[in-house]
Every structure is written in C-alpha cells, then in structure tokens.
Design a protein around this ligand. Sequence first.
Ligand code: GLY
Length: 579
Amino acid sequence: MKFISYLPILVLLFVLITFNACKESTPTVDIVADVTPIFDLQKQVVSDSAMVVSAHPLATAAGVEILKKGGNAVDAMVAVHFALAVAYPRAGNLGGGGFMIYRDKKGLSNTLDFREMAPSTAHKNMYLDAEGEIIDSLSLTGHLASGVPGSVEGMYVAHQKYGKLPWKVLLQPAIDLAQNGIKVTAREVAAYNEHMWLFKKFNPHENAFVKEVAWKKGDRLVQKDLAEVLKRIQQEGRAGFYEGKTADLIVQEMQKTKGIISHQDLKNYTAVWRAPIQFDYKGYTIISMPPPSSGGICLAELFNMVEPYPMEKWGFQSAKSIHLFTEAARRAYADRTEHLGDIDFYPIPVETLSSQAYADMRMQTYVDSIATPSDRISHGNPYPKESEQTTHYCVVDAEGNAISVTTTINSNFGSKVIVEGGGFFMNNEMDDFSSKPGVPNQFGLLGNEANAIAPHKRMLSSMTPTIVEKDSAFFMAVGSPGGSKIITTVFQVVTNVIDYKLPLKDAVHQPRFHFQWLPDLLYHEEGAFSDALLTELKAMGHTPKSRDAIGQVEAILRLPNGQLEGVSDIRGDDDAQGL
Ligand code: GLY
C-alpha cells in the first residue's frame, strides 16, 4: 500500500530525472533534492476563447493579464516577451532578436523579422587569426559575439501595426517582475550555478546573477537595473533602448573589450516585415518564416519530400518513417548549408526550394530502407542553371488572432555579457554566421558564402515559428528552441498531429529525434528508440546516437468543437494558461 501511495511522486521523480538528465545545463541533483514545484505548471489546458503558452509561468501569466484587460494577441505577445526577458533570462531577452508569425482573425498572415544584424564594422574574417583559423570562442562569448539586438524594435513595430492597448500598459507586468523579484525554479538555479564562472569572467561589475553563494531553488531574483531599462522603454518606446541612456550603457559595455556595436548601429536597427513561406501539406496550409530564417524553407522541403509516402500507415516512430524523415532531412540541411542566408544580401531561390517539383527531384536518389551516406549527398541545384537556448511562445486571442514567436540570444545567456547598469544579457548571435566555410558552428551547422559575415547582414537562423491552417481557419500554432533541431522538432510535432493523429499533448511530450545531414548521425532523446528499432535503423545504414532533450515546444490547437487546447513542454518550466 505504501508503495502505491508514493507512486505518483516516484513517477514524477522519474520524469524529472529523465528529462533533466537530458538538459545539458541542468544537473539532476538539484531536482532530485527537492521536487516541490515553485509554480503550479499547467502542461495541458483547454479553453473556450484564448490561450497563452510560454517557457515560464510568469510570462504566460503576463500575457493572460493583458488579454483580460482587453488586449489582443499582439498586446499579449509584447507582455510575454518582456516578461520572459525578466523571468527566463537564459533565452528571453532585450539583447537578442527573433521572428514573429501573425495570422489575424480574417486569415491574413504576416511575418516580422527582428533578427539581430551584424554591426557596421563587422567583416568576413573577424573571427579568424592571422593563419586564417577560427579563434576559439570569439563568436560565442564576450563582447565581440553580439549582433545588434532586434527584440525591442520588433515588439515596438508589431505593436504599432497591430496592437490595441497602450504600449505603456504592456510593459508593466515585466517591470513589476524585475522590480519586485521572482522566485527561481530548480531548473533556473541549475542554469545560473552552471554558468556562474562565465558570468564572473565577463562581468566584473555588480549584477543580479553573481552571488557569493550558490543559487538555491526559491531564491528571489531582483533585477533593479533591468527594471530601469524597461521603464525607459515603457516611457520612450524604441528610443528607450536604441538611444539615450540605454544605448550609452550598451556602447560603454562594448568598449570595455572588443565589442563593435556603436550608437549608430543601435539607432539604425530596423525590423522587417516579410511575406511568409506558405505551402500545402495534405490539405493543411503551413505558414512559416522566410530567410534570414532557414526554418520555413527547410520545413517546406521536409514536408514536400515526405508527402508522397504513407507515413500514417507506416506508424509513429516506425523504422520506415524515421528512415524517410532522415533522408529528407539529409537533403534539406545540405541545401541549407549551401543556399541559405540573409535574402537582403544573397539571392535565394525561395520559390524553387519550397516547391514540390524541387522536393521530388531531390528525392530521386531516395532508396527505401537504405541510408544514403551524407558524403554522397550534396546540396541540390535550385537554379535554372544552414546552447541552443532560444524560446518560443504562442498566443491566440478571443477574436481569433494568433501569433507564434521564437526569440533568442542564441546560447544559454547569450554572450554571457550583462550590460553594466542595464542588467540584461547580450546575444552571441554572430556565431550563427559562417565564420569560415567548412567549419561548423555550435550547432554543428556548416555554411558557405550565402551566410558569410558582412556589415548590417542578418545571420542565418533555424528559428521556425509556425502557424497551420485547415479549411482556411486557424488550426495550430507551434514552435520550439533547439538551434538546428528547431526545424525537425516543429516538423515532428506537426506530423505527429496530422499524420499520426496523436493528441496534441502526446505530439509535444513524446520523445523526439533529429538529423541534419552532417554530422551523419541520427540523434534521438535518451530512451526514445527501443533496442529492436535501433537494430532496424542500424541495418538500414543509419548511425543512431542518444543525446539530451531535443526542443522545448509550445503549441496551441483549435479542437473540432472550436475550443483551444494549449500544451507546454515537459522538458522545461513551460506553462499553458487559457481564459
Ligand atoms: N540562434 C539559433 C538560431 O537562430 O537558429
């Protein structure tokens, strides 16, 4: 009897241990020591009218607060974004950038690119030594690793175009969180403690994250400097960040060592409205992000390549369907490497790459049940003649407007530089450029000329905020962090729903896998594949390799009865709330 009454706790412990063993920045010991949650996280919610799903319950609550005040999806997005910058500083940000997919209640879609830009004095060889070799970590940590941040501009222009409530109202929840402080969860504690030596190394100045003693679950994180920056943004809009005192603080921080972001770079930063990548898949319309994200094009290639095959019949995570996915991903990621970059700087044959005809041509060499070695696959020719901490959130409001936003400072805590007096982390997005052809970035991704560094250019991204329509009506909003694994994570969640008919909760919570051409390894979450499945995949020529968590998904689905289902991932402190 005793064992039975402890069973739920044991199951919870198992889940926490399993998934946190999966997270590179989260030692299991902290979780095991105390399983009492700081927050009552909701992983699945059904609601009649509106929904917010994000990586932190306080950010989700900020969005819900704004919706309750009569705000729309974009208003809630702004509140969630700034609240994540306070409550989830490993990825939520002021010092980073991202992409927004917006679909209004009438079915019109638009995307906003607020990706970071290379500073005006950036140059192609800026991370190479005199011998032309990569200087270790220069694009990953420290002042030189940052692109010009786009998040504040992104939120500001999105609100100007689509917002309903006054801007000032939207900043208040984040200001309150920064000023009053928040209780930190076990996962955040583990991340802060793991990165403490880097925080100290790059931030000799006093800041909210460095303490004499290790962080403990339930400690209060108070961010006074950040609250002041947020107040300036609240009062002055984009100028509260890109000009005046905040800009001075960023530039002073940059000038401490090798940073090159100038006042002019900040003042001139612009976010760009871009036409979405839109394509059909089995009667659904998938709307995703165009370059400088590789997400939309790679997603189109993947879906187009698998569409002719009966994955539903083959079954969820069967050897045959994993094989098909791997072969499609092999081809799509080879194309990413060669063809994708900032479309404002490099001509990208978007329509061809996203077409069914091109996918069919790429799959001509597909062999059922035999893996094609990646060294025998190169990029296709589309002419006549691509810490992984990023974060995603989705909002659907009561009117039916939907947003899907992925935002990042790249690695956990970005460049690890905290702007002195500003209290926020700067990104290390410059690592998403190809510093040298043939040399992989932190995600193992390669790149060529299309993604070479140039002044004002945006670095290629894998962020894939996505909205799916069915019968011209909103069906699903989905997205994930995970660097190169974002695209394949989004792909799997969508196919889990459309092809394998999994309930959204299972579609998001089930184990995942990933393949990206090079390295020629079929990654899968620990325990995802049975021994029999592993044997089958190896016999086909695949090289499976277990790894930590793949992605951290937020998703909202319109149910057949018109209600909204929100699901947040069990791989983090993610939380769904409806109203
Ligand atoms: N920094 C990860 C990405 O944009 O893909």
